[in-house]
Design a protein around this ligand. Sequence first.
Ligand code: 5GP
Length: 210
Amino acid sequence: MERRNGILVVFSGFAGSGKGTIMKELMKRYPERYALSVSATTRSPRPGEEEGVDYFFKTEGEFLDLVSSGQMLEYANYVGNYYGTPKGYVERKLQEGYDVILEIETQGALKVKEMLPDTLLMYVTPPDADTIYNRLKGRATEDENTIARRMAKAYEEADIMPKYDYWVVNDDLDSCVEKVNTIIENEHHRMFRNKEKLWVMKQQLCCYAK
Ligand code: 5GP
């Protein structure tokens, strides 16, 4: 199979949008195509979360050391905790031809887009605000105060959504995963992502052109 350049994809969404589940399902269905970056955070682990699988859990000091030694592609403070993307894994997997997915919030997403303008930005939301609230409540891992802060954050983030390339509504997990996969697949066919391939074709055509 033809080896192609990996695309850096940022996947953001409101708390309760189901983005984590969508990403896990995408990885399960297409492991040969995608690599999901595991972030570092200063937030405490939620029940069931595993070190190195869900996050690399760090103290604030450890986190800031990673930032100052240039090991983070981006980082942001979100609702009182630091979150950041370790750079090495992303660079390695892109070179290997994987589409690398960062599941990150909007400040970090916009920083990545500024540094690397070819990044594809996707935003996922539940169908409506009631569903967001009910999903957060149903999680039962966060108190009312945290839920209220996350709802307020969603209200703010709605103003940032127009800066994204795609909006995907998660009303059904299966079709949402397929939509995300199709969007990324189509993105590979954009002309600006195929400049090197076009150059090779032009060299080949040159031999025939009279
Ligand atoms: P949670 O605490 O619910 O796991 O994540 C809170 C928010 O932080 C989510 O919007 C999540 O996408 C975002 N996030 C997770 N990892 C990173 C990261 O490495 N960088 C940035 N900027 N945001 C992140």
